[in-house]
Design a protein around this ligand. Structure first.
Ligand SMILES: [Zn+2]
Length: 257
């Protein structure tokens, strides 16, 4: 595989399969960057508008092919310091796009996906587009069972362990953050993506920070090895916090040095 793929591993799967939780946990444990395709929706839209691929008058995130933009992001990250590997995750990590030797797909059964979607939304009504995504990925993965991790009955940690085992070779070859300052910068990349996505969602009118006060999970930036703490920030708070340097977002018990 060419270029930026060599600095990444990829985790795909349908909605509620555990992609984000697994990728964030692994990235923190191993000092890697977490790259969520979902967290780059608006930045990709802006670039597509600039290149004439999307009409700015159309308020939607757009239906242009985001694969080339993701590859550009990875090329850019491969040149960034500290030089560390990237864990890419999201619904756009499709089997026809991602290199099979560096990718896994988390697959719940249809019943398990339904159960998780209901639990996550708190509503018994399920968006059928999300279930459709499940069928699509199953179709595309036919014949490549070595890339599939069946997540029914797994705890989040068991899913993380299964991904580490399946991608052991590729993960071992990725450089990782070594110092506290490097870990802080690497964690800030993920937090910054989340905050920028929230800021753009507010700017585009998709989120009203006065009405949507549901907290989002940001990773503690203390940079201690093994820290798994998260910081809950509402959209209005989150977009301000990242004006401070990497290391500023701290869980209560993980005070500044
Ligand atoms: Zn911490």
């Amino acid at each position: 595989m060419d270029g930026a793929w060599g600095t990444a591993v990829l985790i795909g799967g349908p909605a509620a399969s555990g992609k984000t939780t697994t990728a964030r946990t692994l990235a923190r444990a191993r000092g890697l960057r977490w790259y969520s395709t979902d967290a780059h929706t608006w930045s990709h839209r802006a670039r597509a508008v600039a290149r004439g691929l999307h009409d700015d008058a159309d308020p939607s995130p757009g239906t242009f092919d985001r694969g080339p933009l993701i590859r550009e992001d990875l090329d850019h990250l491969a040149r960034r310091r500290p030089a560390v590997g990237v864990i890419v995750e999201g619904a756009l990590v499709a089997p026809d796009f991602a290199p099979l030797d560096r990718s896994v797909w988390l697959m719940p059964s249809v019943d398990e996906q339904r159960r998780r979607l209901v639990e996550r939304s708190g509503s018994p009504t399920i968006d059928h587009g999300l279930l459709h995504g499940h069928a699509l990925i199953c179709d595309q993965l036919t014949g490549t069972s070595e890339n599939v991790i069946h997540v029914d009955g797994q705890t989040p940690q068991e899913t993380v362990d299964a991904v580490e085992a399946a991608l052991a070779g590729a993960l071992a070859a990725l450089p990782s953050a070594r110092t506290t300052a490097e870990r802080q910068q690497v964690i800030r990349f993920g937090n910054r993506s989340l905050a920028d996505q929230l800021g753009d969602s507010i700017a585009h009118g998709w989120i009203d920070p006065e009405l949507d006060r549901r907290p989002r999970s940001f990773d503690c930036e203390c940079g201690e090895p093994g820290c798994t703490a998260v910081v809950q920030l509402r959209p209005g708070e989150a977009i301000a916090v990242v004006e401070h340097p990497a290391g500023a977002i701290r869980a209560d018990a993980h005070c500044a040095d």
